[in-house]
Design a protein around this ligand. Sequence first.
Ligand code: SF4
Length: 424
Amino acid sequence: MKNNLNSPLPISVTCPACGMLCDDLSLNDITPVSIKNGCAKSIAFFEQSFKSSNESACTPSLSGKPTDLNTAIKAAAEILAKSQAPLFAGLGTEVQGMRAIMRLAEKSNATLDHMHSESTVRNTLTMQNGGWLTTTLSEIKNRADVILAIGTDIGSSHPRFFEKLVWDSANLFNKPSSEVIYLGVSEENAKSGTSPNGKPASIIGNDPSKVPEIINALNALLINKKINTETIGSISVVTLQALVEKLKTARYAVIVWSASSFKFSHAELTIQSIVQLINQLNETTRAAGLPLNSGDGDSSVNNTSAWLSGYPTRNRFVNGKPEYDNYHFSTQKQLQNSDALLWISTFNPLSPPQTTLPSIVIGHPDTKLDSTPDVFIPVGIPGVDHAGTMFRMDSSITLPLKKLRNNELPNLSEVINRIEAELA
Ligand code: SF4
């Protein structure tokens, strides 16, 4: 496989490396990778993608032995044909890939679970419980005057968030940059919120594990409850009261959280509490939430799953009828109950979980497998080897991914469609 570029450099690209889906990048060179407007995360993604260039990376294998694509597809179909209850996990793909997976899942009575569902489910439980009021990246750029980031510095996972949505003065209403406040973020992680002119983000509390009690206290203070203690979660009540006043007087406060950074049990209750805070603020002013996504196409996969089956992942098909169970249909649980595993990871070379089940891995050409699956089929990387479509993390728009280079790698939907055809 050579890095045969599909068009001459520079090439404008959309970056699929995080949920921001920045579409203002320009790929200027690939040896070494040089990208205008690319952040460190995007450069790492494209470096990883362009480095997957040896011939063996294109070759499918059966139990570790090289084979051709036809044979690998037939072997994968045989595993699924024998299976009564396969698990399709990982699901690191974009919209077209997920559409194909959904058809195959329906035909094979498969359970579907995205690799980041453990985090996504915390948000889903909150949304199912009572709805929520969230916003879009455009609204943040054009209207937000206060951004409260809870338990996340935002910049580590979504590196250009501040550059594009806070410090870019080219917004619709000529508003000043939003004030950034971190809650429960350690000082060393809080640097990404420092503005280009050196103004650091405000930091309230640096212990993420204290976030649940602090959010509950903010809710109490917001409805004028008296708190009979001087500190909550090592933060003085006076400081928390000042934060509540800041949110109340903001014209458009945005509260950002990342479900994957909440490393405490029942994090969904804390997200519910954040949503309650947002709802209460809307009694007198305007406020909205922004849940950060976890990556590997999670927003695209769950939206596609929801519009095709009525449910996000952790769903399954039984004789064509979709079912949903965000507890029992987790990968961890289904590895005990399924009789075959199909693992998919096309953006990143991620190995499947350890299992003794018959297994098929379809993924990134550089996948370093921890154990040898029955079938391995390398496929193209979306936004590099083939075109595609992705949902931005706010689910408000989809953006097209480009094919940047020519090679022999099939794309995921072709492979899945051919497996499905074998099952017919
Ligand atoms: S912020 Fe995200 S989408 Fe934008 S260039 Fe960086 S990794 Fe890519």
